[in-house]
Design a protein around this ligand. Structure first.
Ligand code: NAD
Ligand code: ZN
Ligand code: ZN
Length: 363
């Protein structure tokens, strides 16, 4: 099959012919119809973060089941599915207490070193980034990372449910448990941040302040339900958010991955508020908070959030239903539809901040 391969850190993606194995055990072979470009792939492609290369990136995927391993019970060929990079074993303390996103043994969904690699190039194994590797004609993944979706939802929109939607809306609804009347700030209104905004709106937030450097993103943020927009280029974002909300917000979400904006998220909280760090920072990066003033004095909290505390088998069909009922925006998230050999251009545009999501729809 064809796949956009990343051979090393800082390099471009090149479309190559790679070998994909037949499904074994609980694996599902999916013919990919749509694959979204999330910023996390770009972090890995540009800085590596210790990730083994060569690799297949892309981790928001929708498609049709082509074949299943002998132990698969949930899926059959022809099913429309979404794959999401939330690996979980199903039997650890995290999984058994309803938190598969805190699984202690996610590696159980991978092949073991003594098994043939799922995907290889000229005999060399390719790493599937966070268990998926979606910039390809097909993906081979464990059934715990797969969920069935309605045939009514178009593939390019369904794909975004796999990461951008669950990460953003899930952070608002599951991780923060926003209550009606709470106030919210979202710093970084890209593919993920826009979903934090619509999750906050669904949860009943009274004020949702969008913060982004790109005027076009602030416009989109308003379309997604933000009540106010702040551009840090016009002045200090912390002061602006505090002014708008009478002293600070109950929940601040950092959705970029920068030290400055992560510290801003803590600074713009009201007494007792919590900051949620969603953006991916460089390994080893640090931020400063004061235990005396911030944590004890103002009773603030800081929480790192991975994948929106999502239970994918429940949450993805939930967002799909809301979309089909006209209560959740997905159409507006798809800025561009591109082909597999345009992944490099797609990431160049994402780096510039001008698009919400590009989605590969032609393979
Ligand atoms: N924690 C998780 O589970 C998880 C999952 C998915 C993505 N992420 C991370 O979330 C972050 C956002 O991902 P995305 O796909 O939405 O990216 P994106 O590139 O679409 O969005 C980033 C937004 O931040 C804005 N921005 C950049 N610098 C800014 C600044 N200094 N001040 C204000 N706004 C600024 C950009 O204009 C853009 O709108 C990335 O770091 C990504 O790796 C984390
Ligand atoms: Zn992602
Ligand atoms: Zn587990």
């Amino acid at each position: 099959m064809k796949a956009a391969v990343l051979e090393g850190t800082g390099q471009s993606f090149t479309v190559r012919d790679v070998q994909i194995a037949d499904p074994i055990g609980r694996e599902v072979l999916i013919e990919v119809r749509a694959s979204g470009l999330c910023h996390s792939d770009l972090h890995v492609a540009s800085s590596g973060a210790g990730f083994p290369m060569p690799a297949l990136l892309g981790h928001e995927v929708a498609g049709v089941v082509a074949a299943v391993g002998p132990e698969v019970t949930e899926f059959s060929p022809g099913d429309h599915v979404v794959a999401s990079p939330i690996s979980s074993c199903g039997h650890c303390t995290g999984c058994l207490t309803g938190r598969p996103y805190q699984c202690r043994a996610p590696q159980e969904t991978q092949r073991t070193p003594d098994q043939a690699p799922r995907i290889s190039l000229g005999g060399q194994a390719l790493t599937q980034f966070i268990g998926i590797g979606g910039f390809a004609e097909q993906v081979l993944v464990h059934e715990r990372l797969v969920v069935g979706v309605s045939r009514d939802i178009p593939f390019d929109r369904a794909a975004l449910l796999g990461c951008g939607v669950v990460t953003g809306a899930g952070a608002a609804i599951n991780s923060a448990r926003i209550r009606p009347g709470d106030t919210v700030a979202v710093i970084g209104c890209g593919g993920v941040g826009l979903n934090v905004i619509q999750g906050a709106v669904l949860a009943g937030a009274r004020r949702v302040v969008a913060v982004d450097l790109q005027p076009a993103k602030l416009g989109l943020a308003k379309d997604f339900g933000a009540t106010d927009a702040v551009n840090p280029a016009d002045g200090d974002a912390v002061d602006a958010v505090k002014d708008l909300t009478g002293g600070g917000v109950t929940h601040a979400f950092e959705v970029i991955g920068l030290r400055r904006t992560a510290m801003d998220a803590v600074a713009m909280l009201d007494v007792g508020g919590t900051a949620y760090l969603i953006g991916v920072h460089k390994p080893g990066a640090t931020i400063e908070v004061t235990p005396f003033g911030d944590l004890m004095g103002k009773q603030k909290g800081i929480r790192g959030v991975a994948m929106g505390s999502t239970n994918l088998k429940v949450d993805i069909p939930f967002y799909a239903d809301l979309y089909l009922q006209g209560r959740f925006k997905l159409d507006e998230l798809v800025s561009r539809r591109i082909s597999l050999n345009e992944v490099n251009d797609g990431y160049e545009l994402l780096r510039g901040g001008s698009v919400a999501r590009s989605v590969v729809t032609t393979f």
